[in-house]
Design a protein around this ligand. Structure first.
Ligand code: BG6
Length: 471
């Protein structure tokens, strides 16, 4: 196998999805603390008030990581634990929690990989100025990031500034599925641009502070195929790429937006204000990024969509396979089912070779080292009569994706780390607790939230021990 000796085998999580302790030790409310309690917003009203209770059980969870031989653990910091209202006084107990977690990881030989923003914006900033809608967020975010670097930068050497800014802005401002539940394309593009600027200024600040670790951001990445080689489908693919993956990746890692999409948005009168000094900052930051983070779950197969064609018709959040209908942007493109691929129960395409293809495209366009900060299979897991979880389907999924990484490395991709989503089962933002991703099963029905190792846990343990050889 092509994995170098310093390759990091890891697994990931996010604060809101695992920590619980939503109002403990001075933590402020985030937009998700509010949103998940609004009727009808999440699957069967599930929320992260308790989640996996990782806040109180982090030692038990780290012990399981250690036993597995995990080399890096990616987790996010909840901004509202550090600064309960987003700005102002630092909450010492929040600092203490993350200090404890980082120290526990290091004491067990696990490299902490920290995400600064995994969607849990302080509610107070949403109320004060609309959160990501205002440029005021940029300085507030950098202030928060700086505090994290000051307190944790001596021990944390891998920083992911943003997690999937493309997802939280599109679901929040186009599809009405995430807070604040708005549908306004202009606002979506504007909020996304503000994430680009917050990321850029954070990267520059990190370097100006003389910090000696690695910094980047993670984009949800769906490489695409045209449904056929007909001209109209190829054009649809090109526009999907320009307004989708390239819009997100170029802005973060080239400091620019793709021309075709800029022209399209200007004509549509939704192009955000991007000043010369924005471009300057974006470009300077792009040169300082140490890696591209990608979260890879699936590819998109794209076809022509007439002006009176399909729009957004919802996502399969029920876990009933085959219930996802085509989604698209009228006049631009639509996503269609790819008959060559298998699908999960939530209708996500399973496409390991799409990962290799995507990694190679990234190498060609950006030529930066890459961290896969998420990859995994959301599935129903059930316990056997003897209480085991035989998740061979997850092993199969991960195995094929690791093989794709191996091929990409062989083809010249500089891959630094692979993090599965997720270490333990956790809360899925829109799909509740039944969509499971972890190596560790958690019985969310039981107050004790007991942890049980799945079959995939042993498999990943062996894989790590052999540096990818025992697939
Ligand atoms: C990514 C997010 O979009 O995908 C995670 O960074 C999320 O937070 C994961 O949980 C899986 O998505 P879902 O919808 O299946 O929970």
């Amino acid at each position: 196998m092509a994995f170098k000796n310093d390759f990091l085998w890891g697994s990931a999580s996010a604060a809101y999805q695992i920590e619980g302790a939503h109002n403990t030790d001075g933590k402020g409310q985030s937009i998700w603390d509010i949103w998940a309690h609004l009727p009808g917003k999440t699957f069967e009203g599930t929320n992260g008030d308790i989640a996996c209770d990782h806040y109180n059980r982090y030692k038990e969870d780290v012990a399981l990581m250690k036993e597995m031989g995990l080399q890096t653990y990616r987790f996010s910091i909840a901004w509202t634990r550090i600064l309960p209202t987003g700005t102002g006084e630092v909450n010492a107990k929040g600092i203490q929690f993350y200090n404890n977690l980082i120290d526990e990881l290091l004491a067990n030989g696990i490299v902490p990989m920290v995400t600064l923003y995994h969607w849990d914006l302080p509610q107070s900033l949403q109320e004060q100025y609309g959160g990501w809608e205002s440029r005021t967020i940029i300085d507030d975010f950098v202030n928060y990031a700086r505090i994290c670097f000051e307190y944790f930068g001596d021990r944390v050497k891998h920083w992911i500034v943003m997690n999937e800014p493309n997802i939280f802005t599109s679901l929040g401002y186009m599809l009405k599925l995430h807070p604040p539940g708005v549908q306004d394309e202009k606002l979506f593009l504007k909020t996304f641009h503000h994430t680009v600027l917050a990321h850029a200024r954070t990267v520059l600040t990190y370097k100006e502070m003389g910090q000696d670790g690695l910094i980047g951001s993670s984009i949800a990445y769906s490489p695409s195929y045209a449904a056929t080689d007909k001209k109209e489908d190829l054009e649809a693919k090109a526009m999907f790429d320009a307004t989708g993956p390239l819009w997100y990746l170029d802005s973060y890692f080239k400091g620019d937006y793709p021309d075709e999409a800029v022209d399209y948005y200007i004509e549509k009168q939704v192009m955000p204000v991007v000043t010369e000094s924005d471009y300057d900052e974006m470009k300077r930051a792009a040169l300082k990024c140490d890696f591209i983070g990608i979260n890879y779950y699936q590819t998109s197969t794209v076809a022509h969509n007439p002006v009176d064609g399909v729009g957004f018709s919802g996502m399969n959040t029920t876990g009933k396979k085959g219930t996802q209908s085509d989604n698209g942007v009228p006049g631009l493109y639509k996503h269609v089912r790819n008959e060559k691929l298998e699908y999960t129960d939530w209708d996500w395409a399973i496409d390991p070779d799409g990962l290799r293809y995507g990694l190679e495209l990234l190498k060609e366009r950006y030529d930066l080292p890459i961290i896969i900060s998420e990859n995994g299979l959301g599935a129903y897991d059930s316990l056997t009569e003897t209480g085991e979880i035989e998740d061979d389907y997850r092993i199969d999924y991960l195995k094929k994706h690791v093989m794709a990484c191996d091929r990409a490395i062989e083809n010249g991709v500089d891959l630094m780390a692979y993090c599965t989503w997720s270490f333990t089962d956790l809360l899925s933002w829109l799909n509740g607790y039944k969509k499971r991703y972890g190596f560790i099963h958690i019985d969310f029905e039981s107050e004790e939230l007991p942890r049980t190792r799945k079959k995939s846990y042993e498999w990943y343990k062996n894989l790590i021990a052999s540096n990818g050889k025992t697939l």
